[in-house]
Design a binder for this molecule. Structure first.
Ligand code: MLC
Ligand code: AMP
Length: 502
């Protein structure tokens, strides 16, 4: 019996003393050293009582150790559930409770605040710090550096990633080994990654982009990553001359362009810049090419589906488009009933293929709602396809704001604001922002004497991650509604479009 995820991403590198992670302190971890670390962790998962199919939740700063937990889960058949480091205890409570995670690994600095969350759900809590210390690392210290991977099938679950829906409550997207491997294989080929590549990795590793796109592709290709703890333009500019590729959200590219130190010479060794997770403005694409001579390759995907389309590596990369459907991924553009619209017209992107997730954890009805009978998943992204097959995303059918590549669901903010004294109702909209692409703004209708806005701000800070905080709270007399009584957000977006115009 085999374990496809571990075998193909990790096992192939056993004994290879080739560079895998170049770290900020100047150390380089080889593939084999990384696997030895992950083997100790895999033994420790068993020691902590985890069996194949159990869930492990992880909220730790980006580090080789954090990544080694992913490899350990693959080896031990444990379902990996990485969590945004910005989530508050109130937000984490839902993920831990809903997933039924057996073990929760957190940063030592947060252990005290998170212990009640773990205890409330009967979850074991251990710690793992960015410097490799912590109670979990201590447990792993003397464990063997070899672990025989447990047998797993391609359709076994490998990871849960929580993603919000229209209800404001996050759903656990269940991803199988096949979902992850098929997409990583397609992308490695499409983007021509090889063992000679060195990827500048500055994305977080708790989302699809940094983990399943960037990391899995580099693992399959057998190349190395310059592993930055977070994106900082100056550090990226310093290290790009020794990289061959970078993947980022549009904010990475606009911030690089903001620096006069970012030049053609910075990119002399580079062969590929990839952008995704949010729309890359055509203007940024053009300015980037003017400055560096490189045309950014834009691709499009989603937590539930991994990557769906990509501009070509060798062919024409069209600014403002997300390119063509990836090999093996069926894409169609449909009306609300799932009928394909005529070519060139706008509809919702639907997708089917080995990349598409298994469903939402313990939500069969919600899952069924988002799939057509013939197996296509309804993405909620509005797009049109030109005669050459290139797809342009023109908007979203879902009420979703994407800020710097992080998703924010207005409903979640509206519920929190509406619960505050002096608030009759609220509407949260995404407004164009020069740094983050979009940013949330809350329009609040007062009740009686109205709310204390600084109190509303504090309440939001206490419960919701920093990146979700509305950049403005604006009191309004009322909200525009259509004849059905639905708030007309498009109108609100139009009237507030220039709030942050640069
Ligand atoms: C951080 N902050 C943000 C933010 N990130 N605010 C709005 N939007 C964001 N994206 C806030 C913090 O709360 C904090 O505010 C302040 O900014 C400074 O925090 P920071 O961590 O120092 O921020 P910074 O380094 O500037 O981060 C910006 C960023 C980062 C763009 C580099 O957000 C990032 O790496 N984004 C990538 C997201 C990503 O990987 N998405 C992929 C999803 S997968 P305060 O007030 O609290 O101090 C997906 C599928 C697909 O979408 O297709 O890929
Ligand atoms: P997530 O749920 O975090 O995986 O975010 C997925 C969403 O990000 C998609 O449904 C799109 O709305 C958006 N997205 C990802 N890549 C792109 C892109 N290149 N252009 C526009 N939107 C994108």
């Amino acid at each position: 019996m085999t374990n496809p995820l571990w075998d193909r991403l990790f096992g192939v590198h056993l004994g290879r003393e080739t560079p895998f992670l170049h770290l900020p302190d100047g150390r380089t971890l080889t593939h084999d050293a990384f696997l030895r670390l992950s083997a100790r962790f895999a033994h420790t998962l068993g020691d902590c009582g985890l069996a194949p199919g159990d869930r492990l939740a992880l909220q730790v700063e980006k580090s080789p150790e954090g990544l080694a937990v992913y490899a350990a889960c693959a080896a031990a058949g444990v379902i990996f559930l990485p969590l945004n480091t910005a989530y508050t205890p109130a937000e984490l409570d839902h993920f831990i409770g809903n997933s039924g995670a057996k073990l929760f690994l957190c940063d030592p600095a947060k252990a005290e605040a998170l212990r009640p969350v773990a205890e409330a759900h009967g979850t074991r809590l251990e710690t793992l710090a960015a410097d490799g210390t912590g109670s979990f690392a201590a447990l792993a210290e003397d464990r063997p550096e070899h672990f025989a991977p447990v047998p797993r099938a391609e359709d076994d679950l490998a990871a849960f990633l929580y993603t919000s829906g229209t209800t404001g409550r996050s759903k656990g997207a269940m991803l199988t080994a096949r979902n992850l491997l098929s997409n990583a294989e397609v992308l490695t080929r499409a983007w021509r990654f090889t063992a000679d590549d060195v990827l500048l990795h500055a994305l977080p590793i708790f989302h699809t982009h940094g983990l399943f796109v960037a990391t899995n592709v580099m693992l399959l290709a057998g190349g190395a990553m310059i592993f930055h703890p977070r994106f900082a333009a100056a550090a990226a500019i310093r290290d790009l001359p020794r990289a061959t590729a970078m993947m980022g959200v549009p904010t990475f590219y606009t911030r690089l362009l903001d620096s006069p130190d970012f030049t053609r010479e910075t990119c002399a060794n580079m062969r590929l810049f990839v952008s995704g997770s949010a729309p890359l403005p055509a203007e940024t694409h053009r300015r980037f090419e003017e400055r560096t001579g490189h045309r950014i390759l834009e691709r499009y995907g989603m937590t539930e589906t991994n990557m769906i389309t990509s501009n070509p590596c060798d062919g024409e990369r069209r600014a403002g488009t997300v390119g063509l459907p990836l090999p093996g991924v069926a894409v169609r553009i449909c009306d609300a009933k799932g009928r394909e619209v005529p070519q060139g017209e706008t509809g919702v992107i639907e997708v089917r293929g080995p990349n598409v997730f298994h469903g939402y954890w313990q939500m069969p009805e919600k899952t069924a709602e988002e799939f057509r009978d013939d197996g296509f998943f309804i993405t909620g992204d509005l797009a049109r396809q030109d005669a050459d097959g290139y797809i342009t995303i023109v908007g979203r059918a879902r009420d979703l704001i994407i800020s710097g590549g992080f998703n924010i669901y207005p409903k979640e903010l509206e519920e929190a604001i509406d619960a505050q004294p002096g608030v009759l109702e609220s509407a949260v909209i995404g407004v164009p922002h020069p740094d983050f692409g979009e940013t949330p703004v809350a329009l609040i209708v007062p009740q009686g004497a109205g709310p204390d806005l600084s109190q509303v701000e504090r309440a939001l800070r206490d419960t919701l991650a920093g990146f979700k905080q509305p950049r403005r709270l604006i009191l309004v007399d009322g909200l525009p509604r259509n004849t059905m009584g639905k708030v007309q957000k498009a109108e609100l977006r139009r009237s507030h479009a220039s709030l942050f115009a640069s």
